[in-house]
Design a protein around this ligand. Structure first.
Ligand code: UGA
Length: 440
């Protein structure tokens, strides 16, 4: 099938590359010409395991190409996926302007043609958006022979495992009431839906809401467990034991029950806020989601207070902290809403120095933290420990899970603040380290 992808951000590039790998012919469009030039050489604008190799393979096969020209992309396509960003606007709602631009560009091209196209909208959008886009296309193409049908097809990819999530989806949601679009979706997704049927055809409004509800529910689990972790600290229980005991109930499940610094990234904070806005627009009060955000917003302060409970302000001013982890989670260089960066921004003025290290997010973090003058970016995790008084773990990269005890001995105060609960507390305490986790 000939497919065009509008937007080569994280969702568009993964979707386009995986569809190309499944044998389709794919053109990915982005208005950023530099990104397109790099992609044509097989260079991707962010870190995502396995993606660059898959792009190179499909470039060699001739299954994928990149363009900045709407004409190239639309004239080629039998089907279009819109995958542009819907960032938070200044009111906390989803900003739909990139989608609206795409609708206008597609209509401009189609208006003097006779083409029938299906457009799957993958961008995360509030309920009602696909229907209003359909109305917009109908209006713009009123005097044209061309016709566009808009369907909702939200994505459920996780950064760091996006290729695997696409190839082995736990669900594929398509919102449409058009039988031809349903059949098209079945054909498109057949290779990844073959082992067991994961494709659900639902109404457009339900598809849009499934996406937000899924993210909001996962965010709710995280804020819930972070609140229980505070109680663990107070009563002397270990959150890891509580989590495992609770998660054994299959009705609850053991995923997304890890306490830590709270949820970050480009999705949960933005999507929970946008869903609250949708509630408000519909005159419904959402007490749960407001509490989820509130708990999350305060979680970093809860962690920083642990540092304050150990050091007086005067002592802290003499201390160098080693910070391991800068990305919002492991296996990505994405620093959007990174709790690590929030911590550094918040505490840098209170400490003497910060030695920071991340396996892949250093370049992005350096740019973002350029306003801070008492930070050094180290070449590796061991170098970052040199000269430090205490270690702060903010992202659970695999290489941080089992540090060599000898290398930790250089910490002058032998204190570790573990914002992701990944280290062996018992072992560290046996070796005379002071250990502060979240809820343990
Ligand atoms: C999330 C969803 O998991 C995907 O299903 C969805 O497709 C995606 O958003 C999206 O809407 O595009 P992602 O933002 O990549 O994916 O990251 P997650 O793995 O969900 O983690 C989000 C945040 O929650 C991270 O800051 C992570 O550290 C935190 N988290 C996660 C916890 O604090 N505890 C947990 O138990 C799990």
């Amino acid at each position: 099938m000939k497919i065009s992808i509008i937007g080569t951000g994280y969702v568009g590039l993964v979707t386009g590359t995986c569809l190309a790998d499944l044998g389709n012919n794919v053109i990915c469009l982005d208005i950023n010409e530099q990104i397109i030039e790099d992609l044509t050489k097989g260079k991707i604008p962010f870190y995502e395991p396995g993606l660059e190799d898959l792009i190179k393979t499909n470039l060699d096969r001739g299954n994928i190409s990149f363009t900045s020209s709407y004409e190239d992309a639309i004239s080629f396509a039998e089907t279009i996926f819109i995958c542009v960003g819907t960032p938070e606007d200044d009111q906390g709602s989803a900003d739909l302007s990139f989608i609206q631009d795409a609708v206008i560009k597609i209509s401009d091209y189609l208006k003097d043609k006779d083409r029938h196209l299906t457009i799957f909208l993958k961008s995360t959008v509030p309920s009602g958006t696909c229907s209003s886009l359909q109305d917009k296309f109908d209006e713009l193409l009123e005097n044209s022979q061309s016709k566009v049908v808009v369907a909702s097809n939200p994505e459920f990819l996780k950064e760091g495992s996006a290729v695997a999530d696409f190839m082995k989806p736990d669900r594929i949601i398509v919102g449409t009431d058009d039988i031809n679009v349903s059949e098209l979706a079945k054909r498109l997704y057949r290779p990844v839906n073959w082992k067991s049927n994961r494709l659900k055809i639902v109404s457009i409004e339900a598809a849009e809401l499934i996406k937000y509800s899924a993210n909001a529910f996962l965010a709710t689990k995280i804020s819930f467990i972070n609140e229980i972790a505070k109680l663990c600290d107070a009563v002397g229980a270990d959150i890891s034991e509580v989590r495992k005991g609770v998660g054994l109930d299959p009705r609850i499940g053991n995923h997304f029950l890890y306490s830590g610094l709270g949820f970050g990234g480009s999705c949960f904070p933005k999507d929970v806020k946008a869903l609250i806005k949708t509630f408000t627009k519909n005159n419904i009060d959402t007490k749960i989601l407001k509490a989820v955000l509130d708990v999350n917003d305060n979680q970093i302060d809860y962690f920083i207070n642990k540092i304050h409970s150990v050091y007086t302000p005067k002592e802290l001013k003499q201390k160098t902290l080693c910070v391991w982890g800068l990305s919002f989670k492991p296996e990505t260089d994405d620093i959007r809403e990174s709790l690590s960066l929030k911590l550094i921004n918040s505490i840098s003025g209170e400490v003497k120095h910060i030695n920071a290290y991340d396996p892949v997010a250093m370049t992005r973090a350096k740019d973002s933290l350029s306003n801070i003058d008492n930070i050094t970016f180290s070449r590796d995790s061991t170098e970052a420990l040199q000269g430090a008084d205490a270690l702060v773990i903010t992202t659970e990269w695999r290489e941080f899970w089992n540090p060599d005890l000898e290398s930790l001995e250089v910490l002058k105060d032998k204190i570790i603040f573990d914002g992701r609960n990944i280290l062996d507390k018992k072992l560290l305490e046996e070796n005379k380290f002071s250990y502060f986790g979240i809820g343990r």
